[in-house]
Design a protein around this ligand. Structure first.
Ligand SMILES: [Zn+2]
Length: 424
């Protein structure tokens, strides 16, 4: 029997354990915000890795504002060294999950398996992916295969809120770095037969419009911040949105609507905050937060400039419009090289396990790839994992057991390929 066949058989033998491990993680409610039970989940992953021959470290995100006594940010990294000379493959999954929200018909933290589906918040995004990574490495061990290269597996925090105490912290502390880390795979739920090479950029900004308060019965004596925010929104709608809708990226973003540049008004708050009792006043302040997704072809500077110029033009038309623009968050677009050994290996192994060609896609939203690429400088980073993208963050989230097994097979074969390659 070939080493590949031995490995595939090993995955089948431990498939039940892999699903049980994913379910065990789902039962730990690692809800973010605020970041519950991180330490517990990190230990469960770390103990499983230790039993699989990994050297395990628990890394508290010391120095990051999110790391508090009430909600410690604990990351776990395991490394299983190879016999020497081979490349280092790092498999990373975030174990934080978004709040359950309303509309569930099953226990969001029950971890129940019904009709071949593992249910629960985080089942799809992305505890099944962590289980697939851990059991891909376990299958290699049980098959008795020795690799020249090293496999690292990390479980990290806070991806859902930007990953600053998670992957970004590991990158800033040299735990993942160019020259040390050759390849990274993030088993996010992007469908088990697709490879995700990157994502668009994000520019979050706020516009605060300042008015002048006056009696509501004589609004002409004041300046309404809400009316002027309306003018700003109208300018965005009439001038910015059509321009954005006409721009399309060459990146294979899914769904196709997300191939265009977009703008979303995330929130708008103006006038008196009190929801029940109001006194008659002209609104002297209005704040709106915007979520602009920009294309790799646009770049951040031009994206921001366009907003700056449009606001200035609008203020020229309305002389008493006073505003400020503040940047809240910038995430630059990333795109992994398409012709790499990493992508080729995943494509080959998806074809052999699932019998179909794997399209390359890009994600509409961002994920931790930005930190691997931008902070750690590891270009060869992609996302590939079990679970259906559209089920992430939904009520009754689930991940198919078959997907978990197939992704485990693909990851095991890919680890075999990559860890036999020389260091990059
Ligand atoms: Zn995720």
């Amino acid at each position: 029997m070939s080493v590949e066949d031995t490995l595939l058989r090993a995955v089948e033998e431990i498939a039940d354990e892999a699903v049980a491990f994913a379910a065990e993680m789902v039962r730990i409610p690692t809800v973010n915000p605020p970041g519950e039970a991180y330490d517990h989940c990190a230990r469960v992953i770390g103990e499983r890795l230790s039993r699989g021959g990994f050297e395990v470290e628990y890394l508290d995100a010391e120095g990051s504002p999110e790391h508090t006594a009430a909600h410690p940010r604990v990351n776990v990294v395991g490394a299983r060294a190879g016999s020497g000379g081979g490349a280092l493959l790092h498999l990373n999954g975030h174990f934080d999950v978004v709040p359950a929200g309303a509309g569930w018909t099953v226990d969001p933290f029950g971890g129940d398996v019904v009709d071949g589906k593992l249910y629960g918040r985080g089942s799809c995004d992305m505890k099944a992916g962590i289980a697939a990574a851990v059991y891909a490495a376990e299958a290699i061990r049980r098959a008795g295969v020795t690799l020249p290269g090293t496999i690292e597996i990390s479980g990290t925090v806070d991806e859902e809120s930007g990953g600053f105490a998670g992957v970004a912290w590991l990158a800033e502390h040299g735990r993942v770095a160019k020259g040390r880390t050759d390849y990274v795979i993030i088993p996010e739920p992007l469908n088990v037969d697709r490879i995700c090479i990157g994502h668009r950029g994000v520019y979050w900004f706020e516009v605060i419009v300042h008015g002048r308060i006056a009696h509501g019965s004589m609004p002409f004596l004041g300046v309404s911040a809400i009316e002027h925010m309306g003018n700003v929104l109208e300018a965005f709608r009439n001038e910015l949105m059509p321009a954005l809708g006409a721009r399309e990226t060459s990146m294979p973003v899914v769904p196709p609507g997300a191939r265009r540049a977009t703008l979303n008004v995330n929130t708008i708050i103006g006038g008196q905050a009190n929801e029940t009792v109001q006194s008659p006043c002209v609104a002297d302040r209005c704040r709106a937060v915007f979520d602009r997704r920009f294309l790799i072809e646009e770049g951040f500077e031009a994206t921001r400039d366009e907003v700056v110029r449009l606001l200035a033009r609008t203020a020229e038309r309305f002389p008493d419009l006073r505003y400020e623009l503040n940047d809240l968050m910038v995430v630059h677009p990333v795109e992994a090289p398409r012709g790499s050994a990493l992508v080729a290996s995943l494509q080959r192994n998806i074809q052999s396990v699932l019998g179909r060609e794997a399209p390359l896609i890009a994600s509409p939203g961002t994920y931790d790839q930005k930190h691997f690429a931008r902070l750690a400088g590891v270009e060869d980073c992609v996302a590939y994992g079990p679970g259906i993208l559209e089920l992430a963050h939904q009520p009754d989230e689930w991940c198919g057991v078959e997907d978990i097994v197939n992704a485990t097979k693909v990851l095991a074969l890919t680890a075999l390929d990559l860890c036999r390659r020389p260091r990059t």
